[in-house]
Ligand binder design. Structure first.
Ligand SMILES: C[S@@+](CC[C@H](N)C(=O)[O-])C[C@H]1O[C@@H](n2cnc3c(N)ncnc32)[C@H](O)[C@@H]1O
Length: 367
């Protein structure tokens, strides 16, 4: 990160540059006009990680500045939510005089929510004993006077969860509130207000859909839970076990009755649905009972592997959310042979960085 570029006054110009670059990069695919969803210029990140610097009795947070190629002290962090910034100040004052909690502490991670909950993970270069647990409990009690907080201690092969290892986020989508369990160290969309806009955009793209939805890389069910209203049934798959467990929690919390989650890699699921291999993991799920005209994918930065790309191409409508326009463009080289781009969006989840989140809706070209 470049701390000097984190200036709200510079944000409109940076956003315009991203918009121009993305528009140019996707012009070869006859992309329609880019729909742009801006971020707030400050306090938009719901999670943040800091190194901890020990300097005699003093102790402070720091980050690596890529421009200066150096560690920089960081008492407050403009991208992080106000809740994280408030907690940073309160926590450091607690840690400084506490020999047990500060001893060999090297990192602090924060996961906050719009709902007001915050999870603090303290990472150590030493094993944590009973004395740590007692001090951390006392810390939680004191912080709880001001915050809805949970604390986790981590060391090599050790994890102490004092109470909960998750927060429950509340996102408002077209006026409706959804609950999302978010587990420490699992994938969650970092910019909650932009995530709400992504969900509204995906709902708009899929309104009046026919049949069922297939979703790959569903994480904690972030999109599946909201999109279920636009389809008869939804079948969603995800690889990471904690995310699948959160997705089950989120299905129940939001009372969604037409959504089923399977723990499976996209690669294995491609083999299963194309009949190349049989999987016991599918249990009693009858894949042939789904009539999916639409597929939704939100893969990691590497994009879709070849087998998944081939499988995805078989669907009438493809909704693709990507955190890496480069791999999205690579995948579009193939998909644009059979599908045309109907909608194109930029979600600026990551102000003051080169990163950008894009969304495309593709429909099969007439034969
Ligand atoms: C960009 S995240 C999107 C998650 C979700 N759509 C959301 O909005 O929170 C990508 C997800 O893909 C999962 N993943 C990574 N590799 C995978 C694979 N080979 N097969 C299935 N899921 C995978 C990750 O665990 C992660 O949850």
């Amino acid at each position: 990160m470049k701390l000097s570029s984190m200036d709200p006054a510079l944000y409109p110009q940076q956003l315009a540059e991203k918009q121009q670059l993305l528009t140019q990069a996707f012009a070869p695919f006859s992309a329609p006009t880019l729909e742009v969803f801006a971020s707030a210029p400050a306090h938009y990140r719901m999670r943040a990680e800091f190194r901890v610097w020990h300097d005699g009795d003093d102790l402070y947070y720091c980050v690596f500045d890529q421009e200066l190629k150096a560690i920089q002290r960081c008492d407050q962090f403009l991208p992080a939510s106000t809740l994280i910034n408030d907690m940073m100040l309160a926590l450091v004052e607690e840690l400084k005089p506490n020999m047990v909690l500060r001893h060999k502490l090297f990192q602090v991670d924060f996961l906050s929510t719009l709902s007001g909950e915050i999870l603090v993970s303290l990472l150590y270069h030493r094993q944590l004993g009973e004395d740590w647990v007692a001090e951390a409990e006392a810390l939680k009690q004191r912080l709880s006077q001001r915050f809805n907080v949970d604390i986790i201690g981590r060391a090599r092969k050790q994890k102490h969860v004092l109470h909960r290892e998750f927060v429950v986020e509340q996102l408002t989508v077209n006026g409706h509130q959804y609950q999302y369990q978010q587990v420490e160290n699992s994938f969650t969309q970092p910019n909650a207000k932009v995530a709400e806009k992504m969900l509204e955009w995906a709902l708009d793209c899929t309104q009046n859909s026919q049949g069922d939805l297939l979703e790959l890389y569903c994480g904690n069910g972030n999109f599946s839970v909201a999109l279920a209203q636009n389809f008869n049934k939804v079948l969603a798959t995800e690889l990471a076990k904690p995310s699948v467990e959160s997705a089950q929690y989120n299905i129940a919390a939001n009372k969604i009755e037409n959504l089923q989650i399977i723990r499976m890699s996209a690669e294995d699921f491609s083999d299963a649905i194309t009949g190349k291999r049989e999987f016991k993991r599918l249990g009693d799920i009858d894949l042939s009972s789904y009539q999916c005209n639409t597929i939704f994918v939100d893969p990691p930065r590497s994009g879709l592997d070849q087998a998944t790309l081939d499988m995805v191409q078989g669907y009438e409508h493809i909704l693709y959310i990507s955190c890496n326009p480069e791999t999205l463009a690579n995948n579009l080289e193939q998909l644009s042979k059979t599908h045309r781009m109907i909608r194109f969006a930029m979600f600026d989840q990551f102000p003051y960085t080169e990163h950008v989140e894009a969304g495309v809706l593709l429909s099969r070209r007439p034969a």
